[in-house]
Design a protein around this ligand. Structure first.
Ligand code: SF4
Length: 375
């Protein structure tokens, strides 16, 4: 399928053809459970209305691919702590501001008078530091391999400008170790991963080879338009039928096997691998990025003496289970009754890529009606 324009990736007739192929393929297979790792996929599946059109034997579960959602409460608390420091401007992406920490959020602290700024990029935060030489700007660096190179680039720019009043609180994470952690937990059965298109533009499809080989897990790197997703699911179903466990690229217009080597080099220059705590998954070795020692002057965790903070999780919020694909948002007792986008009790309802927010926005009730008869 060689398409050129974005509208073609939303073509109804082609979508029906792909759905028919998926149905034909699934007719000879048992139940299959595929995880869409990426929060953007979760939202794209809802937005395009694909979910109820899939055969009832093909289940989609949501994974830990929303960086705001997987940020641990302790890290949110530390971000809030930075905001409480005199002379500090705390800058972050908008979604993070409303995520509840143990006691409060960055947005609540801003309402109380803290200087918390929403920015669209890390370089916006560098600009803030240039404009306010009398203040120290702490940028909260969250995100996967898609965002990390841009934060590394901002640190390089800050270095060239000789800025002394800019630093990064680094809570970046990398996805492949989290996929391995999910599989090695043995908590539930999966038949394949719909791998994230954006992250893979940077890390390259080869990054999933270990997951595919070690766990015999089909992996298809997939784009975000309806036809991309349907084709990605068909490729996964074909692998299941053939008993294969390979890495394939559906999203060829954006992804290569090697990825963006310039971005990889930039990340390696500024960051080193580190262990990281993920909401819902706990401590995963090698799943985070830390700022290298030779860039320590831009490391907010080293520039400031962050105290150890007592963390309080809301026991009623089931975001951890949602992020592992172990629970649907509709099974959380707070969903829609107490927890809404206006009054979020957990990050999965706050984030634009959060599973709970997607279920809420698209009025999804958690049941996939069997509509096979329609096709
Ligand atoms: Fe957390 Fe709200 Fe989702 Fe429940 S519905 S898991 S409280 S974000």
């Amino acid at each position: 399928m060689a398409l050129k324009y974005i509208d073609e990736y939303r073509d109804g007739a082609l979508a029906r053809q792909l759905l028919a192929q998926i149905k034909k393929r699934c007719a000879h297979l048992g139940p299959m459970r595929f995880m869409e790792i990426c929060g953007t996929h979760t939202v794209a599946v809802f937005r395009s209305g694909l979910r109820p059109l899939l055969p009832s034997t093909m289940e989609l579960v949501n994974g830990p691919g929303c960086p705001v959602c997987v940020t641990a409460t302790e890290d949110i608390d530390k971000a809030v702590w930075f905001a409480s420091q005199p002379g500090v401007v705390t800058a972050s992406f908008g979604d993070l501001l409303r995520v509840p920490g143990s006691r409060t959020s960055l947005a609540e602290e801003r309402a109380r008078g803290a200087d918390v700024r929403m920015v669209y990029s890390a370089t916006d935060a560098v600009d803030l530091a240039r404009e306010h030489p009398d203040r120290h700007v702490v940028f909260i660096g969250i995100g996967f391999e898609t965002t990390a190179p841009t934060v590394a680039a901002a640190m390089v720019v800050a270095d060239r400008l000789g800025l002394e009043n800019f630093s990064v609180f680094c809570v970046h994470k990398v996805l492949p170790p989290a996929m391995e952690a999910l599989l090695s937990s043995g908590e539930f059965h999966l038949d394949g991963f719909l791998c994230p298109g954006h992250v893979t533009t940077v890390i390259g499809a080869k990054a999933y080879e270990d997951v595919a080989r070690r766990y015999r897990m089909p992996c298809v790197v997939t784009g975000f338009e309806p036809l991309d997703i349907l084709q990605g699911l068909l490729m996964l179903a074909h692998q299941c039928a053939a008993g294969d466990a390979r890495v394939e690229i559906q999203y060829r217009r954006g992804v290569t096997w090697e990825g963006n080597t310039a971005a990889q080099e930039l990340m390696a220059r500024v960051f080193r691998p580190a262990d990281a705590v993920w909401r819902g998954l706990g401590l995963i070795p090698g799943s985070g990025l830390a700022i290298r020692d030779d860039w320590a002057r831009f490391d907010a965790a080293k520039r400031f003496s962050v105290p150890s903070l007592s963390v309080r999780e809301d026991p009623a919020c089931r975001c951890g289970d949602v992020l592992r694909g172990a629970l649907r948002p509709t099974e959380c007792p707070l969903f829609r009754k107490v927890c809404t986008p206006q009054n979020p009790k957990g990050p999965c309802m706050v984030s634009s890529e959060g599973t709970c927010g997607a279920y809420f926005k698209y009025h999804y009730d958690g049941s996939d009606p069997d509509v096979e008869e329609k096709y």
